[in-house]
Design a protein. Structure first.
Length: 270
């Protein structure tokens, strides 16, 4: 039996990792406040502060780790010293051919390099945009404004990321691999909104948000460097997130989940 620690266990992806791996061994759910997560033992700690998580790695065999923390090499060294054997890193598809001057690409590339240099068994997950980003539309108005409305994305259900991560956490056969994960098709925001409206029985319409308004709004909730990164991805052509891969069905033996399936599960959130 494997003991797995899931960092970011209260997030959209981390929560799915906990659900997917429950029953395969002991699961510990790490969050800043030690928030209870069904199917896991809650653990409190901040990955931005190594001292606060110095003891959480003891007795852990494998760790699910989102990219982007301040001292990833130090965290990994602590894990290895405590006896952790395997890490599954949540990165992004934007790193492939990405520019290190792009802030989002850079922090993911730095995390990937640290994991590969750590001496631990590692698997890197590079998903496309999440279907759960649609939760930003809640509470749902009849008209939804969305930036980059003309950009198709092969959005993926976080449940599929969680299922692949769960396998990588317990299967040494996936060590050393970087896995590009996508949903089954590339869709526009308006396509996804239409599906959501059909699931909810509502007539919903998408209104493209002008770039200048989107830049100002996003700048109020995230660092300017990250706003620039997304504009470089979707207006500067640095990232094509529309390409569909077969990695999810190849690994899981079933089709990747559709946006309709995601919407049916999460309809109550809207």
């Amino acid at each position: 039996m494997t003991t797995v620690l899931v960092a970011g266990a209260t997030g959209n992806v981390g929560g799915e990792v906990v659900r997917a791996i429950a029953g395969a061994g002991e699961v510990r759910a790490l969050s800043r406040r030690g928030t209870p997560v069904e199917g896991a033992v809650p653990v409190a700690g901040d990955l931005g502060d190594r001292t606060s998580v110095a003891d959480v790695w003891r007795g852990v065999d494998a760790v699910f780790l989102p990219a982007g923390h301040p001292d990833v090499p130090g965290l990994l060294a602590d894990m290895r010293a405590a006896g952790v054997r395997r890490v599954v890193l949540l990165s992004t598809g934007a790193v492939v051919g990405g520019d290190v001057d792009n802030a989002v690409t850079r922090f993911n590339l730095v995390s990937e390099a640290a994991v590969r240099d750590s001496g631990l068994g590692c698997t890197v997950l590079r998903p496309s945009g999440f279907m759960s980003n649609a939760l930003q539309w809640a509470p749902l108005a009849d008209v939804v404004r969305e930036p980059f409305a003309d950009v198709p994305v092969a959005v993926i259900d976080p449940a599929d990321i969680g299922a692949v991560a769960a396998r990588a956490l317990i299967d040494p056969g996936l060590e050393g691999r970087s896995l590009r994960l996508t949903g089954p098709e590339a869709t526009l925001p308006a396509d996804r909104l239409a599906v959501l409206g059909d699931v909810l029985g509502r007539d919903l319409r998408l209104e493209p948000e002008p770039d200048d308004e989107a830049r100002a709004r996003l700048g109020s909730v995230m660092p300017a460097a990250y706003v620039d990164a997304f504009f470089r991805f979707f207006r500067g052509g640095e990232y094509d997130d529309s390409r569909v891969t077969t990695t999810v069905p190849d690994l899981l033996g079933r089709p990747a989940r559709t946006f309709r399936q995601w919407a049916e599960v999460h309809a109550g959130a809207f």
